[in-house]
Design a protein. Structure first.
Length: 115
């Protein structure tokens, strides 16, 4: 099971949790980009500037596919500016980390059945 969490630090502090399985895709820049685009399409039209914080994983966040997505977003949506900041590897603690921890703890108590 793969996931991506987007946490909006601006009020009302919405969280968006995207999940997919190995059957639906990998954990590469295409999947991450699809989730980011889906999230951006949910933003109110008055939002014109966004700042993204990501870890420094080159295969997922720091590559040409994500940069091409940013250009596409600026050309096709009301977003005028995207600032993408990368956290220092091993020294990042973001709001989404506590969300992932809560989800991991909750999922330990859920039985999983195979059909």
């Amino acid at each position: 099971m793969f996931n991506l969490t987007v946490y909006e630090v601006a009020p009302p502090h919405n969280a968006h949790y995207f999940t997919w399985t190995e059957i639906n895709g990998k954990r590469g820049s295409s999947e991450i980009g699809s989730c980011l685009l889906k999230w951006i399409q949910t933003l109110p039209t008055e939002v014109t500037n966004i700042t993204l914080y990501s870890d420094s994983c080159g295969g997922q966040n720091r590559n040409h596919n994500i940069m091409a997505l940013m250009i596409y977003i600026i050309q096709r949506t009301n977003i005028n500016q995207i600032e993408h900041k990368f956290m220092e590897s091993g020294h990042s603690m973001m709001e989404v980390d506590s969300m992932h921890s809560a989800i991991e703890n909750a999922k330990r108590n859920i039985p999983i059945y195979a059909v």
